[in-house]
Design a protein around this ligand. Structure first.
Ligand SMILES: [Zn+2]
Length: 212
């Protein structure tokens, strides 16, 4: 059993990070890719049980695209994003809404494309959201991803959960740490220690089990 976590970037010019956790939650591989084909090739080689991608992997119900000039629109009136994004907001977890004004449109399109390619090759793909996982596992004092203390904070909080971090000490940055947290969320899912938000018809988010 292994889980491959992806911290996906919108641009193919900047490396997207990947992390692979084995059954014992050992970090067996940390790496990166530029081209979509390179990720597909890696996933086909590794054959992980789950690929956990930290990016939007579908559009809101009713949308065929995010193009302002297209007539497609929310099938539910007065929506501003996917159902689970509204659910996250109610939980006090901020996120980018997936809608036609999205500033992460390129990332959304890339996530959807990769998810489709991987699923067509028979792989199980889940959408995860590293910020939500961190808040649920570590509390709401998680420093922002781009702050100076973020990497040290993440290493400190991941080390008790994931073994083998020290072997990759030189490669741990905010992006690889997010790939690890995404893989860890996938592993929790494989162990049935997760909850899901959203509408299965539209798209769901996998996150650590919510406190009762
Ligand atoms: Zn459209």
């Amino acid at each position: 059993m292994s889980v491959l976590g992806v911290d996906l970037r919108a641009s193919k010019k900047k490396p997207s990070s990947i992390a692979i956790l084995d059954q014992q939650s050992h970090l067996s591989q940390l790496g990166s890719f530029l081209e979509d084909d390179d990720l597909v090739k890696l996933v086909n080689e590794v054959q992980p049980n789950i690929v956990a991608i930290g990016a939007p992997l579908n559009l809101p119900s009713g949308f065929c695209c995010l193009d302002q000039s297209c007539e497609c629109h929310f099938s539910v009136p007065n929506r501003k994003g996917r159902l689970f994004e509204l659910e996250l907001a109610k939980m006090g977890i901020s996120c980018f809404y997936t809608n036609k004004g999205s500033i992460i449109r390129d990332l959304i399109y890339r996530g959807i494309l990769l998810s489709n390619i991987l699923q067509e090759s028979g792989h199980k793909v889940i959408e995860v959201y590293p910020h939500a996982t961190k808040m649920l596992l570590f509390g709401d004092k998680v420093p922002p991803k781009n702050s100076a203390s973020s990497v040290r904070y993440m290493i400190g909080h991941l080390t008790p959960l994931v073994s083998g971090m020290d072997e990759h000490a030189d490669d741990l940055d905010r992006n690889t740490c997010d790939a690890i947290i995404n893989a860890y969320t996938g592993q929790l899912h494989a162990q049935s220690n997760t909850d899901i938000l959203g509408d299965p018809e539209e798209g769901i988010l996998v996150l650590p089990k919510l406190p009762n």
